[in-house]
Design a protein around this ligand. Structure first.
Ligand code: OMP
Length: 232
């Protein structure tokens, strides 16, 4: 999944067009969606891309239910909410999807996943700033179990926590993992990272990769390089 973190539709579509035919999903996040809105999702869908809409909803259940209903109507393939919103909020997201299906406003249900702990969060920050005690992996697994209980299909986590999540929630529970950095790439603001290959060998289902591809002089070559490394 390529994180299409671009400031407007023009820049996003230019990049997407360069990655046509790669089989990658496009992840539309806050930067692009707040600038270009639902139209960019429709445009990318019309070009044949599968879409992860990454808006990380975190609000009261009623608001998230409505948000999920609107997202389901858009016809994305997957979207996320924050696990920190709790069980009733996550259940409300599932209800919103069901509402959209039952009213005939959505043709099919998108997958719904929960963010556990952002991959920019380190063990120290979790304990000292956010105020959650204990090991980071335990916190991630706790969120994953709640998401599973709420009926969500998976979680966002770092590749480092995938085996613990699968052990707790089952192999079929989807893991979507940002925090991917090819060897030598700039780490930037990410904390919990692995190489693409280590992430795949660790059993993750989907890699989310942004800047190592999108900030490269040739995004298509950068993607190609990563894909080749994975199949060697
Ligand atoms: O939900 C996400 O996609 C997400 C969750 C998380 O914990 N960490 C994380 O980096 N992301 C997103 O994944 C992408 C990672 O981008 P790069 O760091 O540029 O590879 C960004 O678009 C983030 O918004």
């Amino acid at each position: 999944m390529v994180a299409l973190d671009k400031p407007d539709a023009k820049a996003a579509l230019e990049l997407a067009d360069r990655l046509q035919g790669s089989g990658c999903w496009m992840k539309v996040g806050m930067e692009l969606f707040y600038a270009a809105g639902p139209a960019i999702v429709r445009e990318l869908k019309s070009r044949g891309f599968r879409i992860f809409l990454d808006l990380k909803m975190h609000d009261i259940p009623n608001t998230v239910r409505g948000g999920a209903r609107s997202i389901a109507r858009l016809g994305v393939d997957l979207f996320n909410v924050h696990g920190a919103g709790g069980l009733s909020m996550m259940r409300a997201a599932m209800e919103g999807v069901r509402d959209a299906l039952e009213s005939g406003d959505a043709e099919r249900a998108p997958l719904v996943i929960a963010v556990t702990q952002l991959t920019s969060t380190s063990q120290d920050v979790l304990n000292a700033e956010i105020g959650i005690p204990g090991a980071l992996e335990d916190a991630v697994v706790r969120y994953a179990k709640r998401a599973h209980e709420a009926g969500l299909q998976g979680v966002v986590a770092s590749p480092l926590e995938v085996s613990a999540i699968k052990a707790a929630c089952g192999a079929g529970f989807i893991t979507v993992t940002p925090g991917i950095r090819p060897r030598g790439a700039d780490v930037g603001d990410q904390s919990r990272i692995t190489t693409p290959r280590d992430a795949v060998e660790g059993g993750t289902d989907y890699l989310v990769i942004g800047r190592p591809i999108t900030a490269a002089d040739s995004p298509e070559k950068a993607l190609d390089h990563i894909l080749k490394e994975l199949t060697q």
